[in-house]
Design a protein around this ligand. Structure first.
Ligand SMILES: O=C[C@H](O)COP(=O)(O)O
Length: 248
């Protein structure tokens, strides 16, 4: 399977910024020849216009979260079906900013992943340790616990993406070393084998945390790294494209 380079635009920009970025990516994608799949995850209000612009481009569109219920009285939330209806193929779930800002735990993330799958979306399940957990020597244990708790059991490997995002590397400019990344991804793969079975080798495990053009090539070359989840650098088409063209 090709690597996946996903851009998480988070809560940034207005509609004009989102559509300008989408138009720029569409123009770059028209040349073809990328060795990876590309995905952008705009803020909810921008998903429809961005999906319209990118509809024939090959660049996929995703959500940044969805509720675990299919519909109902959940003010301020959106469902997987709504994302699918707007043209989304993927949804990011359990991002550390959701876990911190909205108190989402592994059980909630797993319920959301099950709802996303039921809606026809591919969940990108995020895991990663804090700086304190790493200092305490618990990084791998935390990662293993989050994967076991957040990933639905027995799912098809091609319907799942996992993202390793050490919390201390997100938006800080401090990137995990290639060795840290390889170690964490190997642990995630080991846990996935128990959850997914034989297909676990096919699950793409993305790295996220201060990925930029200058470090993307080395990170993407690590064992078990199947792409990147990019925050800040995905807001500039030039940088996002440079990361996409770094795929092996
Ligand atoms: O979802 C993306 C990550 O949180 C990484 O963000 P960043 O590239 O700005 O560090």
């Amino acid at each position: 399977m090709k690597p996946l380079i996903a851009g998480n635009w988070k809560m940034n920009g207005l509609l004009a910024d989102a559509t300008a970025l989408a138009e720029d990516l569409k123009a770059r994608a028209a040349a073809g020849g990328l060795a990876c799949e590309l995905l952008v995850c705009p803020p909810y209000p921008h998903i429809g216009p961005v999906a319209d612009i990118l509809s024939e481009s090959g660049v996929q569109v995703g959500g940044q979260d969805c509720h675990n219920a299919g519909s109902g009285a959940h003010t301020g939330d959106i469902s997987g079906a709504m994302l699918r209806d707007m043209g989304c193929s993927h949804v990011i779930l359990g991002h550390s900013e959701r876990r911190a800002d909205h108190g989402e735990n592994d059980a909630v993330v797993r319920a959301k992943a099950e709802a996303a799958l039921a809606a026809g979306l591919i969940p990108i399940v995020c895991v990663g340790e804090t700086a304190a957990e790493r200092s305490a020597g618990q990084a791998l244990a935390v990662i293993a616990r989050q994967v076991k708790g957040s990933v639905p059991v027995g799912m098809a490997a091609e319907r799942l993406v996992v993202a390793y995002e050490p919390v201390w590397a997100i938006g800080t400019g401090q990137t995990a070393t290639p060795g840290d990344v390889a170690e964490a991804h190997t642990e995630i793969r080991r846990v996935l084998v128990g959850l997914v079975g034989e297909g676990a080798e096919q699950v793409r495990i993305l790295y996220g945390g201060s990925v930029k053009p200058a470090n993307a090539r080395e990170l993407m070359a690590q064992h078990n790294v199947g792409g990147a989840l990019v925050g800040g650098a995905s807001l500039k088409a030039e940088d996002f494209w440079a990361i996409a063209t770094s795929c092996p």
